[in-house]
Every structure is written in structure tokens, then in C-alpha cells.
Design a protein around this ligand. Structure first.
Ligand code: GRF
Length: 192
């Protein structure tokens, strides 16, 4: 079976990217990371790509704060296309993708979010769950559409909220679940 060609986009520490690359290396995930791209020059996710010898690039995002400049987004789609990417994996990518990417890769862009969507979209979802007094939260892998943390749900994993949880301990426990859920969800795509 031909490995599924992934393009991974992230802005930060890259722990999900590491989990995916480790899962590929162990043979558990029949995929191949073709490229890792970040909108942040010194993002640790780029360092992780280099550690795993995956081609990687910094993409200067342009003048906006929460999205890419349209011309940059067209360039991003071209980079991913040139790399032969079949599935785009957002791993802590802090910019909203717009039509250039959504049109170029329909139902081929997925994201992971640290809550049981549709609950708590947006930033610091674990903090939102804690503040709302939830007893159970978790993480969600979903298709990306033009709304934030919104598209069709692919997979979810529950995480209990413990009585003495702080935002930090809860977030850490959700991340452990993410690192299992994301490679498993990508594996579904490998099986077609
Ligand atoms: C994860 O918690 C993910 O749910 C959210 O961004 C975070 C990225 O973390 N979308 P990391 O960079 O993979 O460590």
C-alpha cells in the first residue's frame, strides 16, 4: 500500500506533529510526512521536522494576525500541491484557512481541537471546559471548513475532568489523548 502523503502545518510546540512522526517511524501509521510548514520562524515544530529529517519551511504570513495574506495562502496551496500532499494535518496552526486552501484541498484538511466539539470552540478550550464545570471534556479531530473549529467530526476521545484539576493539568491530560487520537484518525484516511 502506498503511504498517504501528509503535509503538516503548525505554529507552536509541535507535540502532535511529533506524535504523528513517531507513529510513522514505528510503522503504526502507513503515511509519509512530505513537508512541515510553519507561519512562525522559530516554532519548535520546525525543529521537530528537522529532527525527523522531514522537509520543512517557514512561510511568512503577511500583515494579518489571524489569517494568511491571500497571496501567501495561494503560495501555501502551491507548496503543498508541489509536495504531492494528499492530506493536510493542522497541528496547532493558529491561522484560519480561507478559500484558496479550502478550494484547493476540499475535504483534505483536518484539525485537532482540545474539546469535545461542538462544545468550546476557540482558544484555550480546556480552560473553557474547566470554567463551565464540565465533568468530561476531551479532544476532537474534524474536517476544516470556513468556520473556526467547526467542520464535520471525524473522531473524538473523552478525557475526565478531575476534582483537583488546574488548567495546566487538564490541558496536559488532553494532550496525551490528542497524541493517541490524531495518528489513529489519520490512519483511517490511510485505509481509504
Ligand atoms: C493542541 O492542543 C491542539 O488541540 C490545538 O493546538 C494545540 C497544539 O499543540 N489545536 P502542539 O503544538 O501539537 O503541541
Amino acid at each position: 500500500m502506498k503511504p498517504l502523503a501528509l503535509g503538516i502545518l503548525g505554529s507552536g510546540k509541535g507535540s502532535n506533529c511529533r506524535a504523528i512522526l513517531e507513529s510513522i517511524r514505528s510503522g503504526a501509521l502507513p503515511a509519509e510526512a512530505r513537508v512541515v510548514i510553519s507561519d512562525v520562524l522559530d516554532a519548535p515544530i520546525l525543529e521537530i521536522a528537522r529532527e525527523f529529517s522531514v522537509p520543512n519551511a517557514y512561510l511568512p504570513p503577511g500583515q494579518f494576525r489571524t489569517r494568511l495574506e491571500p497571496a501567501v495562502e495561494v503560495e501555501l496551496a502551491q507548496m503543498l500541491h508541489d509536495a504531492g500532499v494528499e492530506l493536510i494535518v493542522l497541528a496547532g496552526f493558529m491561522r484560519v484557512l480561507k478559500q484558496p486552501m479550502l478550494q484547493a484541498f476540499p475535504r483534505q484538511i483536518i484539525n485537532i481541537h482540545p474539546s469535545l466539539l461542538p462544545k468550546f470552540p476557540g482558544l484555550e478550550a480546556w480552560r473553557q471546559a474547566l470554567a463551565a464545570g464540565e465533568k468530561i471534556t476531551g479532544c476532537t479531530v474534524h474536517f476544516v471548513d470556513d468556520k473556526i473549529d467547526h467542520g464535520e467530526i471525524i473522531a473524538q476521545r473523552e478525557v475526565p475532568v478531575l476534582p483537583d484539576d488546574t488548567a495546566e493539568t487538564l490541558h496536559a491530560r488532553i494532550q496525551v489523548a490528542e497524541h493517541e487520537l490524531y495518528p489513529a484518525a489519520i490512519a483511517q484516511f490511510c485505509r481509504g
